[in-house]
Design a protein around this ligand. Structure first.
Ligand SMILES: O=C(O)CCC(=O)C(=O)O
Length: 256
């Protein structure tokens, strides 16, 4: 069985992310590209970013259910977990949108807050085409930091970390080859620059949560928490069973 080493697990714990020795096979990457092209033909508005691809094409589940990826996730989250979202950050060449510095958990209705994100590179990702950037160790306090709303239309997200909350000089660039993945913690501060290069920088995220947490479909009605966010998209979100059982007993899991 292919697993994260002790050292890699320690890195996830200390730094908030890890890059396993994994490569998505080329045939599957080609399949992903085809399905994404088809999605964009139908929904050109997702040219930069599709927040919930499974909502539009459930066949993307095939890639999220990769046994090696699930083994890694199990090592991090434990044996009972679900997939609650998958997004496509397509970042096309020349004018691909930036993602402001943020913590994911800020706008997710999951309590207790927990998620491990798998980020799969569909293109080589580097400084030129706007690779993902992490502030190493910024997850450690397990605390949500101050965010502001940024309504600039050239961003994939409207949540931006307050400048007082991080130091950009601590950022590391997540340089990955096509087919490589990284795993990151829900509290880790991250973002990415715009893509002004001639190469696309496509990536898929897969969001896994332990079933000891609850994806609270009702929480989005809390106006204080979610009023300024586009939270309606969480109301009907399907939570896909991946491994084990629903520990909380409160998640409505979809079995596939
Ligand atoms: O791919 C990007 O540029 C941003 C990804 C991101 O924010 C995330 O994985 O949560």
């Amino acid at each position: 069985m292919i697993l994260l080493s002790k050292l890699q697990l320690k890195q996830y714990e200390n730094d908030g992310y890890v890059i396993p020795d994994f490569n998505m096979p080329e045939v599957l990457l080609k399949k992903i590209e085809k399905r994404h092209d088809k999605l964009l033909k139908k929904y050109p508005q997702f040219k930069n970013y599709c927040p919930a691809i499974l909502h539009y094409d459930e066949s993307f589940l095939e890639f999220c259910k990769n046994e090696i990826i699930l083994n890694y996730v199990e090592q991090i989250l434990g044996s009972d977990f679900a997939l609650w979202n998958s997004s496509f950050f397509a970042k096309p060449a020349i004018n691909g949108h930036a993602t402001p510095w943020h913590q994911d958990g800020q706008y997710w209705p999951i309590r207790p807050l927990a998620t491990c994100t798998v980020w799969l590179a569909i293109d080589d990702a580097n400084e030129e085409n706007g690779c993902l950037r992490f502030i190493k160790g910024s997850h450690k306090e397990k605390k949500l930091k101050n965010h502001n709303i940024n309504s600039n239309k050239n961003l994939t997200l409207n949540q931006e970390l307050d400048e007082s909350e991080y130091n950009e000089k601590d950022a590391i660039n997540l340089i990955l080859k096509r087919g490589q993945i990284s795993l990151h913690d829900v509290y880790l501060v991250h973002g990415s620059e715009a893509n002004n290069s001639s190469m696309a920088r496509r990536a898929i995220t897969m969001r896994f949560m332990p079933t000891s947490s609850v994806f609270d479909h009702q929480m989005v009605k809390d106006k204080n928490l979610f009023s300024k966010l586009n939270a309606s998209k969480y109301k009907d979100r399907k939570i896909y069973h991946m491994r084990g059982r629903d520990i909380s007993g409160k998640n409505k899991l979809t079995y596939i």
